[in-house]
Ligand binder design. Structure first.
Ligand code: SF4
Length: 651
């Protein structure tokens, strides 16, 4: 009997209609766990070099974590994997909701698709039978309508779950994502476009297979123990005060290492929007397409999105599967949305401060509109901000925009432009594939305003405030992402508590140290990457992991689920192997280290002349070299050396 994992995947060939089960050897789980690790192993071996991301040779996978369904907390993440049409390299997108356990209840650790269908289809698995069905009746519908219709068609079974694309994915917008739970999005890497190119509208799962584990009692004991950390919730400051706490932090010359319990308290009270104003004030949130500062978007403007103002709309909390924290929320906006997901911090800031938009109602409206269209809110905000700067510089005029005046903060124009992007109408067609493609078409001058790493629009964390983010944006196999590491994340993960080889950060430090890159920062970044790959193999939510490795027993849960007996250090070696196989995927597909270097503006070249990040420059080249050396990757080609491949037993 398998322990934690199901032991097989499903492969559907959309070109031939053939559907088959593929048994996965136990050694693969031991080497790569499940989830992202299993996905990376499969895709590295099966996608041929040079495969077109939107062509039949690309493979799109939906994978669930090894811990999903085991009874351990925070373990409901599922991931979409494939070759990214945005970057041309490794593509991954991590999502919450309730789809992950549905994959395993159908008896699989992952569901993969190759080929391209001639007509729109969806895959359904019910009572152990998988089949491809005609999707022409839902093609053209938005993600919420599609999910409701397909759920109704299978009789509204309680544990049935749907993932689907909206019109953006159907139109192969390279910034399209994949939705579940009517608005939880696997948004990044452009994998919605891969699904659209395959003419795969949805996956509908309804199963009741048992998910076996080695020691259920131990898993429950561990979960009970970690629940006490989640439960502890002292009263906290009011929403508007967070801006002033941020301003105070900006002025102090020193900083305390962040304990993730503090962030947990904020997450539990408000969700990710807890950081809306504080991030602007400390210089974490990029403003005005990364050329502005907190002075441009001060508390007078950001007040509309202060955490209390956002959750005033919340009618109930939203928990992903197996999550005791519940950072999500279901909101009502009077007269507009009876029910809509609470916008996340990333959404609020990319559609807010990045475009200088101070209208909270428009952010709720756009969040719902983009969730329904199936489009990545971070990439959309980044692309709109790019268009605004092009407009300011005269590279785009009202003749190109059908009369829209793309001035900073013009809410009506932002809404109208995004509608055009979803429909690929007029200038919207140019922008629907993100900033890199748009800049290439607009000519050389536009490149300076295009903020991306290898084609992926950057998230709302400024590397000038925390160079750890800038480093990860540049070196991760899926670049330009905020969900792997940074100095802040390293402090919160508390890995040194369980892995004594890792450096302990200073409890109190002069901020000057934080803005400097050095080899120690590379050591921290490597550890964050290894750990994050373990979390993604296990299906554990990053926000849970922020509570600290000594409080959230990931390695103990994995041991109890599988019967293995590994230390965190040994699991982190598995994480390193997953990282290596993703990097090998990129090398196989022609990606070189320089391909992913983000727009220089984002690391302070040239430095800002005012605001929270005034004068700061992250010098990345030496720390990138250190990062590659520590992982055993060639510093020139980025390729894991043959010695590294042997050491990690990558196959
Ligand atoms: S902390 Fe938030 S994102 Fe993470 S599993 Fe819980 S509800 Fe989902």
């Amino acid at each position: 009997m398998n322990k934690g994992y199901m032991g097989k995947i499903l492969m559907a060939d959309l070109g031939t209609g053939l559907i088959e089960d593929i048994v996965i050897p136990e050694t693969v789980y031991k080497n790569y766990l499940a989830g992202m690790g299993l996905g990376a192993y499969q895709l590295y071996n099966q996608i041929p070099a040079g495969a077109a991301p939107l062509g039949p040779e690309n493979i799109l996978g939906f994978v669930a974590g090894l811990l999903t369904g085991s009874g351990s907390y925070f373990s409901g993440r599922w991931m979409a994997v494939g070759k990214s049409p945005l970057t041309g390299g490794w593509g991954e997108s991590n999502c919450g909701g309730n789809f992950a356990p549905a994959i395993k209840r159908c008896g699989y650790d992952g569901i993969f698709f190759k080929g391209v269908s001639e007509t729109p289809v969806y895959l359904t698995i019910q009572d152990g039978k998988a089949k491809l069905c005609d999707a022409s009746h839902v093609w053209g519908r938005d993600t919420v309508e599609t999910e409701l219709l397909l759920m109704k068609e299978i009789g509204g079974k309680k544990k049935a779950r749907v993932v689907c694309i909206g019109p953006a994915g159907e139109k192969c917008s390279l910034i399209a994502g994949i939705s579940n739970d009517r608005g939880r999005m696997a948004a990044r890497s452009g994998l919605g476009a891969v699904m659209g190119a395959k003419k795969l509208k949805a996956v509908v799962l309804s199963g009741s297979e048992k998910i076996s584990v080695h020691d259920k009692v131990e898993i429950r004991r561990l979960s009970r123990k970690c629940k006490k950390y989640v439960k502890w919730q002292p009263p906290f400051v009011s929403g508007p005060l967070t801006a002033w706490v941020g301003a105070l932090m900006r002025f102090l010359p020193t900083q305390l290492a962040m304990d993730g319990m503090l962030y947990k308290i904020m997450l539990k009270k408000w969700g990710t929007v807890s950081m809306n104003q504080m991030s602007v004030e400390i210089g974490d949130a990029p403003i005005k397409n990364w050329k502005g500062t907190n002075r441009d978007f001060g508390p007078d403007k950001s007040a509309a999105v202060n955490p209390d103002a956002i959750i005033a709309h919340q009618k109930r909390k939203y928990h992903c599967y197996s999550c005791p924290l519940g950072c999500g929320g279901i909101c009502t906006v009077k007269g507009k949305h009876p029910e809509t997901h609470k916008p996340e911090y990333e959404t609020v800031l990319s559609l807010g401060g990045l475009c200088m938009n101070a209208d909270a109602d428009s952010i709720f409206y756009l969040n719902e509109m983009l969730n329904r269209a199936g489009m990545d809110t971070i990439s959309v905000g980044g692309t709109v901000a790019f268009a605004m700067e092009c407009y300011e510089a005269g590279l785009i005029t009202t003749a190109d925009t059908d009369g829209l005046e793309l001035t900073w903060g013009n809410t009506d124009a932002i809404v109208a432009l995004i509608r055009k992007m979803i429909k690929r109408e007029g200038i919207g067609d140019l922008l629907a594939d993100g900033v890199k493609r748009a800049a290439e078409k607009l000519g050389e001058d536009a490149a300076a305003f295009a903020v991306h790493a290898g084609g992926q629009e950057l998230p709302m964390h400024d590397g000038r405030n925390d160079p750890g983010f800038a480093l990860h944006y540049s070196v991760e196999p899926a670049p330009g992402r905020h969900n792997t590491g940074s100095q802040l994340y390293y402090e919160m993960y508390r890995l040194w508590k369980k892995n004594k080889n890792l450096p302990k950060p200073w409890l109190l430090y002069f901020k000057g140290r934080k803005y400097k890159t050095n080899r120690k920062k590379a050591v921290m970044a490597v550890a964050c990457g290894q750990y994050m790959n373990v979390l993604n193999g296990a299906g554990v939510c990053m926000f849970g992991a922020f509570i600290g490795a000594d409080r959230i027993p990931v390695s103990e849960w994995l041991n109890a689920a599988t019967g293995w007996d590994k230390t965190l250090e040994q699991y982190m070696e598995i994480g390193e192997r997953i990282q290596a196989v993703k990097q090998l995927f990129n090398c196989k597909h022609g990606i070189r280290p320089e391909t992913f270097m983000p727009n220089q503006r984002t690391s302070g070249h040239p430095p800002l002349t005012q605001g929270a990040n005034k004068g700061r420059r992250a010098i990345l080249e030496p720390v990138i070299r250190d990062y590659y050396e520590l992982l055993g990757w060639d510093v020139h080609t980025g390729k894991p050396t043959s010695e590294t491949v042997r050491r990690l037993n990558v196959n």
